[in-house]
Design a protein around this ligand. Sequence first.
Ligand code: 4NP
Length: 150
Amino acid sequence: MKILFVCLGNICRSPMAEFVLKKMVREAGLDYEIASAATSDEEHGNPVYPPARQVMARHGIDCSGKFARQLTRADYEKYNLLIGMDRSNLRNMQRICGGDPEGKMSLLMDYTDRPGDVADPWYTGDFGIAWRDVNDGCRGLLQYLTEKGT
Ligand code: 4NP
């Protein structure tokens, strides 16, 4: 299974989802390929935003070595699932990839009982709420995938 998380800058929400799911998958003894990317090129090459890095560090997750990169059309071929953090991400993902003919795109919160957008810490300033959403989304996603037997 190959999963790509996508947000606007690839410095807050999608790296959080990448590293949270990597930890859950490792703990479950599974072997998935997991990465993250941006719809914009604004933050290209930048490391994870310090408050996002701190919230992950508090939960024992090290995200050093991650640098922002933009989504490409080739990612659509490579990954089985491309998962956006909010509805605006999803529109931009479709624009960049030329639609979603294989039905690979979804939103992270679709895998929870609270569908909609991950709370955007860039605007709310609250990385704890974003952490909670990302954590719930990744847990639901992993449950969905293991129930499907993938
Ligand atoms: P992210 O957060 O999409 O969760 O990585 C943002 C990062 C940068 C900007 C907005 C959101 N920005 O406007 O530069």
